[in-house]
Design a protein around this ligand. Structure first.
Ligand code: FAD
Length: 418
């Protein structure tokens, strides 16, 4: 089933054109080829080379078409080889892109490279742009973001203990990280380091620095890919043992690491939520397709059963609510108003809604729903993971309550219209 994308009346023609052109590539070139592109990955060790080569040729062909259509790297400014989209344009493009899981990689957006590219654009020096950002954007390099530690709560990034100390012109890094995604393939790692002690003068948010560490730096030891959802993964556990890098490998000023991480997450959460909306859209279409065709006891279609009709209504409500909340939050960010409460609200609500929508689609498809023949099983795991990555639900609930109560304590009430 193709994605039904038509121009949205409230949007200008530029963003509508981008959405239509994106949908054309997703519908005509990606959806019919999903199996050939990615089907072999569930058992990549045993996949014949011929299948892998065909997938690669297909991928490169689609990427060329994406570039020719001017849809490459929606997250980057034009001077760095991207589309130069505004924040809202990018958000509206994402829901179309994410209809096919994996499609974003064919449009030049691959986590964690995309987040690292944005950090490099904002905090990198011209030399760092040339040395790291350019090859990363051109696809000649891979990267990883190394912040979370096994011994400290990732939900409180200020608790990290990986330490970088200056020795002459070099940073010397010692620490233990895990869940550094893309760790095996990465040519360089952006490592979040503590560069002053908690008791030193200055705010707690000014004591971290992000430092670029090349993969071949002596002392960077990948311990393992941490298995995730029962499968091997490239979310790596890494020990940094007396790793030395030049001082100029730090990103931005010393102490700006926490601010840079927040930059990465703020807009990123809106993009992730619009991705989830696109994936829910697909799960919904798949669910309806099955309801309309599957016959059950007595020859009736599933669509005639009221339990199943309830699924349609509940999923419709979940998707519309998630989408409108996310767009409202994005508009607030764009307007310059304080979006923090809304960012936390979508960060909680959208992955939960995504989880419910995919869960219903799986139920309707029965055994096929959890098979590798459909994208639903992967979506389900992705939705569950989203509830703890980028700040777990509970932390965001605390933030919402804090922001709301602060306003009431100040003698104001909440204005839901703004
Ligand atoms: C697939 C995957 C990929 C990842 N990729 C990366 C990556 O590339 N780079 C990277 O640096 N990290 C990465 N992470 C790590 C991720 O960012 C962290 O797992 C996340 O921030 C949560 O940290 P934690 O696992 O240490 O959980 P903890 O901080 O230990 O929290 C555990 C649980 O405790 C509860 N909790 C926490 N704080 C509170 C509170 N204040 N009040 C009440 N309850 C609370 C929540 O339920 C939470 O889920 C990845 C994680 C996954 C699963």
């Amino acid at each position: 089933m193709a994605m039904n994308v038509r121009p949205v009346t409230a949007l200008d023609s530029e963003v509508n054109d981008i959405r239509m052109a994106t949908a054309e590539i997703v519908n005509e070139q990606i959806l019919p080829n999903e199996h050939a592109l990615w089907g072999w990955m569930s058992d990549s060790a045993n996949a014949p080379n011929k299948v892998k080569d065909e997938a690669k040729a297909l991928r490169l062909g689609i990427q060329d078409n994406v570039k020719q259509a001017g849809l490459w790297a929606p997250h980057l400014p034009k001077e760095f080889g991207g589309m130069g989209l505004s924040f809202m344009q990018h958000a509206y493009m994402n829901e179309v892109l994410a209809y096919s899981p994996g499609a974003s990689s064919l449009f030049g957006v691959v986590a964690p490279n995309s987040g690292n590219q944005k950090i490099l654009v904002k905090y990198g020096s011209p030399e760092q742009h040339e040395k790291w950002l350019k090859p990363l954007t051109e696809g000649h390099m891979q990267s990883a973001f190394s912040m979370t530690e096994p011994d400290n709560a990732g939900s409180d990034p200020r608790s990290i203990t990986t330490r970088a100390e200056l020795d002459g012109d070099e940073w010397v890094i010692n620490g233990h990280k895990w869940f550094t995604s893309n760790g095996y393939a990465a040519d360089f790692f952006i490592v979040m380091c503590r560069t002053s002690d908690p008791d030193d003068p200055g705010g707690q948010n000014d004591k971290m620095t992000q430092i670029i560490v090349p993969k071949d730096a002596p002392g960077l030891n990948i311990v393992r890919g941490v298995p995730v959802w029962g499968r091997t993964s490239s979310h790596c556990e890494i020990r940094y043992e007396n790793v030395r890098v030049p001082k100029e490998n730090q990103l931005g000023r010393t102490g700006t690491g926490h601010a840079a991480a927040q930059d990465r997450l703020g807009a990123g959460r809106v993009y992730h939520c619009m991705n989830s909306v696109g994936s829910m859209w697909r799960a919904f279409d798949l669910m309806i397709e099955r309801l309309m065709t599957r016959e059950v006891h007595g020859g009736e279609k599933l669509e005639d059963k009221q339990f199943m009709q309830g699924f349609v209504a509940d999923s419709y409500i979940d998707i519309q609510t998630a989408r409108l909340m996310t767009i409202h939050c994005a508009e607030k960010m764009e307007s310059g108003a304080d979006p923090r409460t809304d960012i936390s609200a979508i960060k909680i609500f959208v992955p939960e809604a995504y989880h419910r929508v995919v869960d219903r689609a799986i139920q309707v498809w029965g055994a096929a729903g959890v098979s590798g023949d459909l994208p639903l099983a992967n979506m389900y795991q992705g939705a569950r993971t989203l509830r703890l990555a980028d700040g777990p639900d509970e932390v965001h609930k605390i933030l919402i309550a804090k922001n709301v109560l602060k306003r009431y304590h100040a003698g104001e009430t909440w204005d839901f219209g703004n």
